[in-house]
Design a protein around this ligand. Structure first.
Ligand code: MOS
Length: 735
């Protein structure tokens, strides 16, 4: 079959939904209403537990129920018993998920214990304050070091003890990495509507189909098809939408109880204990190396918080297993159950944490042995994935170092720490590498060429910001031979063909490949129709020799011989040509596929005040093929901003006396704002990787945050000579 000319793939197209978004016309979950057929909506507000652990002994709802406009209050005292079937999907972490209003237990501070439904939002919120709850209070355990660790996940190769005992250089490092919250701009929100036993929700989610739809069916004991989940726009998520949280179920419970559609939007404060978070870690790393900086052994003891009722773990160990050549590795990773809500994946899950530890340790080793940090990394570059024995599909990390060092001016750096001043500022430059696993999962997309020669493409994926609408339109347009304007790509509806979660950097690889496959099938069918149609100018031509441009099929080397899709379909009485595109990743890995990056940061540290300012930053990435450079750059800049937050600002603070999160708001939980973000630059090496997926991409949404915090931490050391191993790096740690 002919390959299509590449026209819009690889072009820096602007977001096709950009105008809708900036004019406020893109409907996010809570924006749906009358114009979407939702009538007679009621509003809900959740009542949160004000103890960190214990039992509810009484709930007095009489004052709330008497309040004007309040339609009802639901708690465990009057809630329907819900089936809560097992769910093999994304909501099934080991343990027992929260069953909304099914018992009197309070598992953490903020645990949702009741919902007030009212005619107005104001009445619901006021009603929630009028619910009086009494408790039998127990003392919560919320500090990592106070909990009892679970059984370990272990990994080992070689003989770490012997290698460490003989190592000429040894570093014993302990890192305390704080908890982070996703804090997307759009809070989690749901509108739930029942029609008989069929449930429709407009919900903020990264996974309408096998995520939210399947979970709601499981909770309410419904057939999957009796639940429809709509999520056309997602205002950021970073992983917070990868699971169905209690608020979504509560909205559906409330709607069923009052017999009306119900809207439930979480307050910003409630985002801190209703949805998940990046767990806090204590990571102890022992490094053994020779005097030339070659790693001999690493020993990893990792502790991470999880909830008392579920075990959340993530891929924090990978970097230590395969990033650098290391003959002896031992890892002991234990989750620690605490009286907190369950953590969840957050951008660069596991990897960003592992990279921080490994990359700052490599920096320490570089200074210890007196070798340039980039040269040290080169000396430890592996020739294969030492954790699996597999060859790398593509690994262009050394090229990332070369390009980054050249573009950032690394050679002009004085290697001596605390050697550069700019007025009151101590100036330092640091770097770190990044990696993220290239994943893909089965995906489908329906492609329909319509009688007017335009196409409708549908797939139940999500666009939480990376530009899925745009990049998928580009892939479909080139494969169909249409302009961008002639392709209508839709997503965010569980009735559309199934996809993996919009996460794990696998959407482009998985959904993009399915879109291309479906579009290829449609184009092929049209071409076959033409070459077999005696009335077509293409009759008898070799199908492999036909391409489609701007909706017109023609012989590759003779554009004059051809006809449009429209003419072909009209003559043949076809109202549509339709196909379902499929993608399945290979079943058994034969190569080790990762996206890579090298991140460079220059910081200034105020010598008197300890204030850290990032002055400039560069990321160089090996993410293989780039479908849209503008969107890819935007992802990289966003990753860098997130990394600045992780390095210097973000820290969820808990009062361990009662388990309360004390900075559950955007005034006290600090994220980078414009003044914290300097000129950032991103370079993608480009190229292709044909191993992971047919469209040649490796995924880039997560690798772009992974090396950022360690590059900043290493720059802070270079600026000041002070090594801060905890995150975030605070002013007091530098004074
Ligand atoms: Mo990403 S943490 O997989 O949304």
């Amino acid at each position: 079959m002919s390959s299509q000319p590449e026209v819009v793939v690889g072009e820096p197209k602007v977001r096709i939904d950009g105008r809708l978004k900036v004019t406020g016309k893109a409907p996010y979950a809570a924006d749906h209403g009358h114009e979407h057929g939702i009538e007679n909506m009621a509003y809900a507000a959740i009542v949160d537990a004000t103890i960190g652990r214990g039992r509810i002994t009484g709930i007095d709802t009489s004052t709330a129920e008497a309040h004007e406009g309040v339609l009802g209050v639901v708690s465990h005292e009057n809630a329907p018993k819900l089936p809560y079937r097992e769910n093999a999907g994304s909501n099934n972490l080991p343990g027992e998920r929260i069953r909304v209003f099914q018992n009197d237990r309070v598992l953490f501070f903020g645990h949702p214990i009741a919902v007030v439904v009212a005619e107005t939002l104001e009445a619901a919120q006021h009603g929630a304050r009028l619910v009086e709850v009494t408790y039998d209070e127990e003392s919560p355990t919320t500090e990592l070091e106070d909990g009892t660790p679970d059984e370990p996940t272990n990994y080992s190769r070689g003989d770490v003890e012997a290698a460490l005992a003989d190592a000429p250089v040894r570093l014993d490092l302990t890192y305390n990495l704080s908890r982070n919250h996703h804090n997307p701009m759009e809070p989690h929100a749901t509108i739930a509507r029942w029609e008989d036993d069929k449930l429709t929700v407009w919900d903020k989610t990264q996974w309408v189909g096998d995520g939210t739809q399947v979970e709601l069916a499981a909770v309410f004991g419904l057939a999957q098809d009796d639940v429809r989940v709509l999520s056309p726009y997602v205002g950021g998520a970073f992983g917070s939408g990868l699971r169905t949280w209690p608020n979504t179920v509560i909205a559906a419970v409330a709607a069923r109880e009052v017999g009306r559609p119900v809207k439930l939007v979480l307050a910003r404060r409630q985002m801190y204990f209703n949805t998940g978070f990046r767990p806090a870690y204590r990571y102890q790393l022992t490094v053994g190396a020779d005097r030339d900086g070659r790693l001999l052994a690493t020993d990893h003891v990792v502790r991470a918080e999880t909830s008392s009722y579920e075990t959340f773990s993530e891929a924090v160990l990978s970097a230590g297993q395969m990033k650098y050549s290391t003959p002896n590795v031992r890892q002991d990773y234990r989750t620690v159950p605490l009286d907190v809500n369950t953590p969840i994946w957050m951008r660069g899950p596991g990897a960003a944490t592992g990279d921080h530890v490994i990359e700052t340790a490599m920096d320490e080793l570089a200074y210890e042995v007196g070798i340039d940090p980039i040269e040290l990394r080169r000396r430890n570059e592996p020739t294969e994935d030492e954790s699996s024995g597999l060859p790398f599909s593509t690994r262009r990390l050394l090229e990332c170092y070369d390009v980054g060092a050249r573009e950032f001016g690394w050679s002009r750096r004085n290697p001596e720490p605390a050697s550069t001043r700019d007025g009151d500022w101590q100036v330092g430059i640091g770097m770190a590498s990044a990696l993220y696993h290239t994943a893909a999962a089965p995906a489908r997309a329906r492609v329909r060429l319509r009688i007017d020669g335009t196409a409708l493409v549908e797939s139940a994926t999500s666009d939480m910001g990376p530009g899925t609408y745009t990049s998928m339109t580009q892939v479909a347009a080139d494969a169909l031979g249409l302009t961008l304007d002639d392709v209508d790509f839709r997503l965010g509806d569980s009735a559309m063909p199934a996809t993996p979660p919009h996460g794990g950097s696998m959407t482009m690889a998985s959904v993009g490949s399915a879109v291309q496959n479906g579009a290829d099938k449609v184009r092929r069918e049209a071409i076959n129709l033409a070459v077999n149609d005696a009335a077509s100018p293409l009759h008898g031509a070799d199908a492999d020799d036909i391409v489609v441009r701007r909706g017109r099929l023609h012989v590759r080397n003779d554009a004059s011989r051809g006809e449009t899709y429209r003419a072909l379909m009209a003559r043949n009485g076809r109202t549509r040509i339709q196909a379902t595109g499929l993608f399945s990743p290979r079943e058994e890995a034969t190569k080790s596929a990762w996206a890579y990056g090298a991140v460079f940061a220059e910081v200034g540290v105020d010598a008197q005040l300890g204030l850290v300012r990032v002055r400039r930053m560069l990321g160089v990435y090996d993410a293989a093929r780039i479908i849209n450079p503008r969107l890819a750059e935007s992802q990289a800049l966003g990753g860098m901003v997130g990394g600045i937050g992780k390095a210097l600002l973000e820290h969820t603070v808990t009062d361990h006396r009662d388990g309360r999160i004390v900075n559950a708001n955007m005034a006290d939980y600090l994220v980078p704002v414009n003044a914290d973000v300097p000129d950032l630059k991103a370079i993608y090496l480009g190229g292709r990787d044909d191993y992971p997926d047919p469209i040649g991409v490796k995924g880039l949404g997560e690798v772009v945050i992974c090396g950022v915090a360690p590059a900043i931490a290493n720059a802070v050391f270079h600026a000041t000579g002070r090594r801060v191993r905890d995150l975030p790096i605070t002013i007091d740690s530098l004074l």
